[in-house]
Ligand binder design. Sequence first.
Ligand code: AMP
Ligand code: MG
Length: 317
Amino acid sequence: MGKDADWDEAPAELLRAGRDFVLADLDRDATPGWSAGKAGAEEAMAARGEELSDLQERLFAHGRTGGDRSVLLVLQGLDTAGKGGIVRHVLGMLDPQGVALASFGVPTETERKHHHLWRIRRALPPAGRIGVFDRSHYEQVLVVKVDGLEPAQENEGRYAELNRFDRQVINSGTTVIKVALMVSHEEQGARLRERLERPDKHWKYNPGDVDTRLKWNEFQDAYQEMFERTSTEAAPWYVVPADHKWYARIAVTELLYQALVGLDLSWPEADYDVEKEKGRLAATMADPAYQAHENEDTGGGKKSKKDNKKGKKGRKK
Ligand code: AMP
Ligand code: MG
């Protein structure tokens, strides 16, 4: 761990939902493992961002040179939990070329014609990328289950199917990080109210959000069962208290950082002779034929650097 990370204990250990995890006991206002406060978090986050960015570039280079590794960050959470903020503030620190973002809403007509994993498979990150799912295949045991959108008898097989799917994804070379952002009922209410009070946030509000909020307890139960049945050794859930946005962001940053460190990627070796290429490049720099061309005064468009400088000075006068 770099010296900038002031974690008292690694969030990967603290936040992982183990066998006996009880969601009802989670203090959503807590900041497990972090005692340096908000200001300390913002500072540490910027430093981690640079390290994360370097690791991402390694991953990208690895993908470009035949490597098969990728990372998938799955974000779940109820409305206002801060999924979008994670995308903006955590993934926003990275080169967009290396990030593959997919958001999953109510399935479209086309999507409904396919198996529910169809749209998920299509959005998996290619080698070298960090994929981010804003909601995911796990909605199958959250909104689909709570709203009874598909027959209940299918429920049983769903958890097994999700675990199997994660397994396949991992076997194909993807490190899966599943994050559930958990806000308190009170904080969700405050965030929804803010969306209604501020015209610049109206677009984020959906009247359906209150209908979902009315089913708060059902959703909490669904999350509890999801953690119990799909927090596996291979793809555990990290349950992040999300009443403090800054905490959720630095925690996810750290989870992502540690996952990338775990890939242990080195810079790919050149598949050409570096010394030979240096020589070839140097030769082009000293090439008199090229210089002659550059100095050539065609009397029209092309002029040498010298001439251009003169020209500019001349114009200034
Ligand atoms: P948002 O994340 O605010 O853009 O909202 C997306 C909406 O899509 C949420 O209300 C989700 O409950 C809903 N949604 C996501 N996945 C599914 C799914 N598989 N079936 C039904 N609704 C879904
Ligand atoms: Mg929403």
